[in-house]
Design a protein. Structure first.
Length: 467
């Protein structure tokens, strides 16, 4: 058997896993979801989802991944063939998320150039610039392809060489920048309304939807529910403390999301804008913060979008890696070929997604365009169901001794909370996810889409033994 690749170092793994987690999910998506779902009550529910459900699932993904030394599909299949389909849902989610993620990654790249060239210095024009830009047919596509090409270049190089090196330099830069922008934002006159929006909960706006949105966002932001952390865990050496690593990654990810919120909302309220701006939020607010600063603003806005693009890149490589690892491990493809064929399919999906925001916006399926279709299907259904199935798999199919052995490195390290974690994974989390999904589906606008997603999962489950 071919020697399996491993992470170059402990820090390398941590940064890569944190790099996977911290991305557009934190900086682009978390703020606008918070804005749409009424602010701090959403954040409180989100934090509970992250630290009770997300963290436990991340520990489980690392455990299952390292135990099997196989990527998502293989990790399930090697333990029980009936469960192969959960891995396959993961690979499918990887394709679908990569069907819109690079589109937004491309926006970030484009905004680097727009910042440098001073296009974002007139505050009144910033909002229009965004809408005109993303609904265009040429520019966003070119930037998306550039973004995808960067992914290909990194993933083709393999684990330690590409992904790890890129993360090591760029993740710390992002953190520093977010803090800087946050300080700037909080010090604007009128910023306190934003802090209030972020930190004093108004429960009157909370519905079943809010819970599903928070749960989906927790999975999305922590890169869970599709075998991504199983795959990263499978490259991790046997000396590492899994629970500790999962805690660090989860905390870092949450820190970045909250920092992004602090960077955006105080400024938003200071400018007298409304929080429910949707996907354009960061692309409008951050340039607006800097527009008033003259040439220093040009510099910082450029730096911000570089950091955003990089954060997006370290995440998207992990998504591509799930698909690629499947093709290598299960289909016996050489790495390069796996990378090219997977990204080719993703490019086609991304073209559909990007155009659906402009020229093809009239074409819908089950009520939504391609961009929203890929987004909602993964975030609101596949990831949550994938996470629930993983919990059931770990709790009911996996042997308890195997989990304990792996989590304690064969008795070498302590995991004092093992019993609590195990009860969460086995009973509480599957039930909690089922309840939240049910509440969410009842109150959601896209019931047809939900049912479609569940049907896809059912079909995969039935045919899984052939995979
Ligand atoms: N977590 C990343 C972000 O917040 C996106 C991502 C990377 C992801 N890998 C994933 C989402 C796996 C779900 C599953 O931007």
């Amino acid at each position: 058997m071919q020697q399996r690749e491993n992470w170059g170092s402990r820090l390398g793994f941590l940064l890569a896993a944190a790099g996977s987690a911290v991305g557009l999910g934190n900086i682009w998506r978390f703020p606008y979801l918070t804005g749409e779902n009424g602010g701090s009550a959403f954040i409180v529910i989100y934090l509970v989802c992250v630290f009770v459900i997300g963290l436990s699932i991340m520990i489980a993904e690392f455990t299952v991944g390292r135990r099997s030394s196989l990527a998502a599909v293989g990790a399930y299949k090697s333990y029980s063939r009936n469960w192969t389909f959960v891995g396959v849902i993961g690979v499918l989610s990887g394709f679908l998320i990569m069907g819109f993620y690079p589109v937004v990654g491309g926006w970030a790249l484009a905004y680097i150039i727009k910042s440098v060239s001073g296009l974002l210095t007139t505050p009144d024009a910033i909002g229009d610039t965004f809408v005109t830009f993303i609904s265009g047919s040429v520019q966003p596509l070119i930037w998306m392809l550039v973004f995808l090409a960067l992914n290909v270049a990194i993933v083709a190089k393999g684990i330690a060489g590409g992904i790890e090196k890129a993360s090591k330099i760029l993740m710390p830069t992002l953190l520093v920048l977010l803090i800087f922008i946050g300080i700037r934002s909080v010090s604007l006159p009128g910023a306190d309304a934003g802090l209030k929006f972020l930190f004093s909960p108004d429960w009157s706006q909370v519905t079943g939807q809010t819970f599903l949105a928070a749960l989906g966002q927790a999975f999305f932001s922590l890169s869970l529910g599709m075998g991504c952390m199983i795959t990263y865990g499978s490259y991790l050496n046997k000396e590492e403390n899994l629970a500790k690593n999962a805690t660090i990654v989860t905390s870092l990810d949450t820190l970045c999301a909250i920092l992004a919120g602090i960077a955006i909302f105080p400024a938003l309220f200071a400018f007298g804008m409304t929080p429910d701006q949707g996907p354009g939020l960061v692309f409008v607010i951050v340039p607006s913060i800097f527009a008033a600063m003259g040439s220093a603003g040009v510099f910082f806005s450029t730096l911000f979008f570089i950091a955003l693009a990089v954060a997006a890149l370290t995440s998207s490589v992990s998504l591509l890696e799930v698909v690629v690892a499947y093709l290598i491990d299960e289909r016996g493809m050489p790495r390069k070929r796996a990378v090219y064929s997977a990204s080719g399919v993703m490019a086609v999906l991304c073209i559909m997604a990007s155009l659906s925001l402009g020229v093809t916006s009239h074409i819908t399926f089950l009520g939504v365009g391609a961009f929203d279709f890929f987004d909602i299907l993964t975030d609101k259904i596949f990831l949550a169901v994938g996470g629930m199935l993983l919990a059931i798999f770990a709790g009911w199919v996996y042997k308890k001794e195997d989990l304990k052995d792996e989590l304690t490195n064969g008795g070498k390290v302590q995991f004092g909370l093992f019993e609590i974690w195990y009860a969460l994974i086995k009973y509480i989390i599957p039930i909690a996810i089922a309840v939240i999904a049910f509440m969410g589906i009842r109150s959601i606008a896209q019931t047809g889409l939900m049912i479609f997603g569940l049907l896809v999962i059912a079909v995969l489950a039935v045919f899984s033994k052939k995979l």
